[in-house]
Design a protein around this ligand. Sequence first.
Ligand code: HEC
Length: 131
Amino acid sequence: MACKRIPLAHGRLHSLRRLRASVVFVRTVAVLAVSLQAAGAFAELPEPTDLVDQQHCMFCHTSDAPFLAPSFHQIAEHYRDTPNASTMLEDKLRHGGKAHWGDMAMPLPEDRGGPLSAGDARTLVRWVLSQ
Ligand code: HEC
């Protein structure tokens, strides 16, 4: 009886070791992913905070989690390979347009906090698409 238990315990120990090895592996991958993300963040343009606050962008959007509106990451991903996307989006931020992400359209600048100049729209869109 006792002899039979030893190989069993041995087996368990081995699988525990294997488990620990894979936990270490997963942790390493996670750390790598986080540092890659941090490296990628250098490519992201700085947030034009005054504009973003004045237009209440973060009232509906977040950078990476869809909330009341698509996240800025989703939007950037969606338009990554679309030529002229920024021109279209700048125009849409200033003058509105058809919703592309469902039924709810984005409010016009006047309802978000005030008129938006072409230059400011450009700054905002470049920032969104860099995320
Ligand atoms: C009241 C909520 C709200 C606010 C405030 C808001 N958005 Fe949006 N936004 C939305 C919704 C809803 C959509 C998805 C509907 C659509 O496609 O127009 C959207 C879509 C977008 C899109 C993608 C449009 C497309 O055609 O794919 C961009 C870019 C965007 N928002 C940027 C911004 C920026 C920059 C600000 C601040 C200047 C802002 N949003 C403020 C709700 C909002």
